[in-house]
Design a protein around this ligand. Sequence first.
Ligand SMILES: Nc1ncnc2c1ncn2[C@@H]1O[C@H](COP(=O)(O)OP(=O)(O)OP(=O)(O)O)[C@@H](O)[C@H]1O
Ligand SMILES: [Mg+2]
Length: 374
Amino acid sequence: MIDLCHPSRLGSNLSKGFVPSVDNLETLYHANRSINNHAMSQPVIIEHLVKVYTVRQRKGLFRSQKIEVHALNDVSFEVKEGEIFGLLGPNGAGKTTLIKILTTLLLPTAGKVFVNGYDVVKQENQVRSSVGCMLMGERGLYWKLTGRENLEYFAALYHLPPKKRKQRAAQILKLIQLEDIADRTVETYSSGQKMKLAFGKALIQDAPLLVLDEPTNTLDVPSASELRAIVRQLNQQGKTVIYTTHIMAEAEALCQRVAIIDRGELLALGTPDELKASLRSARITHIEGVISAQAEEKVRRLPQVRRTTRSAKNGATLLTVVSDEGYEILPDLIRVLGEHGARIQKIIPEEPTLEDVFIAKTGRTLAEDTRVRS
Ligand SMILES: Nc1ncnc2c1ncn2[C@@H]1O[C@H](COP(=O)(O)OP(=O)(O)OP(=O)(O)O)[C@@H](O)[C@H]1O
Ligand SMILES: [Mg+2]
């Protein structure tokens, strides 16, 4: 619980010249109670979160210069109890930074973050014991220990009694289907098996909130879908889940609400259906074939076209056109592309997906790396 009535809090106000009268003490008490109640009512509350890293960048052989990396810029949202909340964004968007702040591994530069009612800056122990977290994937495991020993070791760190540790480890190994290899050292596991074990580690303390940072990274398609099925199952049993991914389809299939972040900015927030509905006025057409950058540029200049992106697909070019018109635009598209030497193999007018929401908001596809920023 956030203890805003704590004497040290009043003290800090006093030191700033705040002199409490009986009246404003009462106001403060009620204000604090309402903040407490609100913070307690949601698993995660993020208010105006800013994270700026200061790093040294080399400049020549012997010189370097300090630069600031703005990883999160005024991000605010809440995660509701019982939902699977997706944090969706490309490389460098700020997903891991946000997760590290939520799990107290990093301090925010500014803003407020409450997890299960606890302040991540002032109540880090309470925050840690109320969150199950998968952050560094396989790097958070001990490779010289077996899978079972890893789980039992982390259970001991969470102060589970010895008998409970064994039970919990066995339950988790069954759930993540690693029983067969549970007694082999982790160094002999494949990277997918290590990822599954790292996911199992997040379940040890049976916390009400699970925070998973790209848990299906390096998993093959069947293993990724198995893991998502386990996440769904845990969610149905009452766990709230925060799930980061850069895969739109994954967020769309799994998450009840999604926040799209890019370059530290929150671009959109809502259910996948709401986000797609927000695009209803825009239409999306995919064109596959041999399409030059010049042809794309001419399409972009058509008055009804809002945006275009060009990427590679199966050895051909995929041109995605966001426009104000649906089928009506096709004759113009075909004419302009034909005039500029394009060879069209397929035209697919589409219902919008989350990927299209991202394209409409940023003008880029998720495939483009946005990691570099100074
Ligand atoms: N320790 C650090 N010091 C300086 N800059 C950092 C640090 N960690 C991350 N950054 C920068 O902050 C930004 C956000 O990085 P972050 O790791 O949060 O992104 P991400 O969305 O998790 O990306 P990815 O999908 O690649 O994991 C990037 O520009 C990154 O270069
Ligand atoms: Mg990351």
